[in-house]
Design a protein around this ligand. Sequence first.
Ligand code: GLU
Length: 265
Amino acid sequence: MFKRALTIVFLCLLFCGCAKKEKTPNTLSVINQRGEIIVGVKTDAPPFGFLDQNGKNVGFDVDLAKLIAKRLFGDENKVKFVPVTPSNRIMKLTSNEVDMVIATMSITPQRQIILDFSNPYHVAGQALMVNRGSKISSLMELKDKKIIIVFGSTVEGSLRSNVPNITIIGYKTYPEAFEALKAGKADAMIADDTILFGLTMNDSSVRILPKRYSREPYAIAFRKGEESEKLIETVNMELTEAINRGEIQRLKEKWKINQPLSIIK
Ligand code: GLU
C-alpha cells in the first residue's frame, strides 16, 4: 500500500515537472534589452493612425506610442511602427510581431478572454453614415436593407442580432468601405463616430447621423498574461500621468477628437 502511494507521488512529481511550461519572458525586459517598442498602429484611420504626405506615421494613437517610448527611454523616437488592420491586429500581437496595439481598439468582454488591455484613453460610439440624399434616420430603418461594415471591428458581432434581415457587406479597411458607400453599394455604413469624422473631413457628399449605438472604450491591447503585467503597469502609469498633466487633452485638441454624443438607441 505504502509502495503504491509512493509510486503515485513519484508519478505526480514527474508529470508536474514535465508539464511545467517554459517561462515566457516578461515583455518589458525584452523591450528594454531591444531599446525600442514595437507598436501596431493603423495607417488609414485619421485622426488616430494614418500616414502624412511623407509617409510618416502620425495621429493620436501614434502620439500615445511616442509618450510611452519617452517614458521608457527618454526619447519619443524609440518606437517602431507596424501597420495593422482591424482583422489582423490580434494576430500581430499573439504572434509576437508587436509588443502592443494602439489602434482605435475597444475593450470588449470577448477580446478580454484572449488579450489584456490598458486603462481606456478615449470613448467613441458607433454611428451611421449615409449618402447626403438618403432618408434613413436610424438603424431600425435598415431592416431588409444593405449596410457596410469593416471586418474585425466590434460592430460585426452586434449588428445581425439587432436588425432583422439586414444584409452586411464587409470591407477590410475604412477607406475601402467609405468609397463603397459613396459608390452606392449599400444604404448606410456603420462604424465608430471618431473614425467616420476622420474619413469625412471636408466631404459633404455624406452625413453622419446623430444617434449613437454603442459605447467604445479605446485602450491599448497586450498579449494576455503574466508576461505583459509589468508593461501594462508602466503604460497605465504613463496614461494616468499624461491625463493629470493635461497632455491627453492637448493631444485630443491637436487631432480634433471630440467626446461622442450620448447614446440614443
Ligand atoms: N473600436 C472598434 C473596434 O475596436 C472599431 C474601430 C476599429 O475597427 O478599429 O473594433
